[in-house]
Design a protein around this ligand. Structure first.
Ligand code: DSN
Length: 427
């Protein structure tokens, strides 16, 4: 068969874009070459509905070994007793948790999307907000989770589940406090750690497993694996809520969650992606990944300092993790304009609503910056200062295409010092 030069030339173009730019989208990263290699492998040809040793298809003996390896490594990464590595994404992982523990119309509490939450935490546009009754808590004027509001709403509304976790929140979470509130109202706590998972894995942030009943994550953000999702329990438990499986049996939480992933919300697992997850989990267990995770935190703090020095307003005044949310109103521009102009300079960010935003989610008053990807490229604290200066130059020349173009050249020169997949070519 002839090589599909059109597709592969587009892949090469995307590789060059990633090589030449400064990637600051907080949810993105660069998986290792062996993670990429594992993804493009033969298990994509295989159906393996079910779980290791309980499949609905023949020929799954090697697939079972691969999936078991991914599970065992993941259990070591987070010191947990049970894991499901089949969710195709973080949203799929969360959908399975909803299906396992909630009935349509049941109430739950989650962080408002406009305050840093996630679509699957009850946005009206998402299944979580359409099928279930979402109640939201937010952040205080200082940009910190409003635990008082969370507590008051929990007591008034008596939700069945409380979700903690965010997509645009730069501070650590008080899981203990949330569990105490949940226990007082009889709710299940779900921690969605998709963003800070890599830092949690290395003990650099509070441990949600100590207090949260169920933990979900993606695998492609700070965990630096393939695009995908996972669900974990540190301690499996008989569910005191009496939640039943589709046949009306009361099961342990791990059984309910397994059933909710398959056959509840997914069909055949992506075993080539599960192989790549196993590779990534092996990498996370290394000492090298500890250095990486520590560098993420050091870089995020260096970036926050460098931007604050240049007059940028960081929500909550700084960061404990890998990201920061910037209110651009004092710079007189919208998130949309900032994102689009930075894009022209080869600096990739995403516009983001800030708490109490007066602009629409399509325009926004803020931008979110994260450092996991630039840290993977080998950048250090001093490079964060350089990036802040480049961002500031673009923002100060927002309507000056020549100045923006000259930043683009500087960005390319800078990034050529931090090679990305030097051995890779698609042409
Ligand atoms: N879309 C992801 C993010 O950018 O944070 C969350 O799923």
């Amino acid at each position: 068969m002839q090589k599909d030069t059109l597709v592969f030339s587009l892949l090469q173009k995307e590789l060059e874009r990633q090589r030449n730019g400064i990637e600051l989208i907080a949810s993105e990263n660069f998986a290792s070459l062996q993670v990429l290699q594992a993804m493009g492998t033969v298990p994509t040809n295989k159906y393996a509905e079910g779980y290791p040793s309980k499949r609905y298809y023949g020929g799954c003996e090697v697939i079972d070994e691969l999936e078991n390896l991914a599970i065992e490594r993941l259990k070591k990464v987070f010191n947990c007793s049970w894991a499901n590595v089949q969710p195709h994404s973080g949203a799929s992982a969360n959908a399975a948790v909803f299906l396992a523990v909630m009935k349509p119309g049941d109430k739950f509490l989650g962080l408002d999307l406009s305050m840093g939450g996630h679509l699957t935490h009850g946005s009206p546009a998402n299944f979580s907000g359409k099928i279930y009754q979402a109640i939201h808590y937010g952040v205080t004027q200082d940009g910190i989770i409003n635990y008082k509001e969370l507590e008051e709403k929990a007591f008034t509304e008596k939700p069945k589940m409380i979700i903690c976790g965010a997509s645009a929140y730069s501070r650590d979470w008080d899981y203990k406090r949330i569990r105490e509130i949940a226990d007082a109202v009889g709710a299940i706590v779900l921690a969605d750690i998709a963003h800070p998972a890599g830092l949690i894995a290395k003990g650099l942030l509070n441990d949600p497993f100590e207090y949260c009943h169920i933990v979900t994550s993606t695998t492609h953000k700070t965990l630096r694996g393939p695009r995908g999702g996972i669900i974990m329990l540190r301690h499996d438990f008989e569910n005191k809520w009496g939640i039943k499986d589709p046949k009306g049996n009361i099961r342990t939480m791990s059984q309910l969650l397994d059933l909710a992933v398959f056959p509840g919300t997914q069909g055949g697992p992506l075993e080539h992606i599960i192989a790549a997850k196993a590779v990534a989990f092996g990498e996370i267990l290394s000492d090298e990944f500890m250095l990486y995770a520590k560098q993420i935190v050091a870089n995020a703090q260096a970036m926050a300092r460098a931007l604050t020095k240049r007059g940028y307003q960081i929500i909550s005044g700084g960061t404990d993790n890998h990201l920061m949310l910037i209110d651009l109103r004092n710079k007189g521009l919208t998130g949309k304009k900032a994102q689009e102009t930075l894009d022209k300079a080869g600096i990739t960010v995403n516009r983001n609503a800030v708490p109490f935003d007066d602009k629409s989610p399509f325009i926004t008053s803020g931008m979110r910056l994260g450092v996991p990807a630039v840290t993977t490229r080998g950048m250090r604290e001093e490079d964060m200062e350089t990036i802040a200066e480049l961002i500031d130059t673009v923002i100060n020349n927002i309507d000056n295409p020549q100045a923006v173009e000259s930043v683009k050249t500087e960005v390319q020169n800078l990034m050529s010092r931090f090679p990305l997949y030097p051995e890779l070519t698609y042409e």
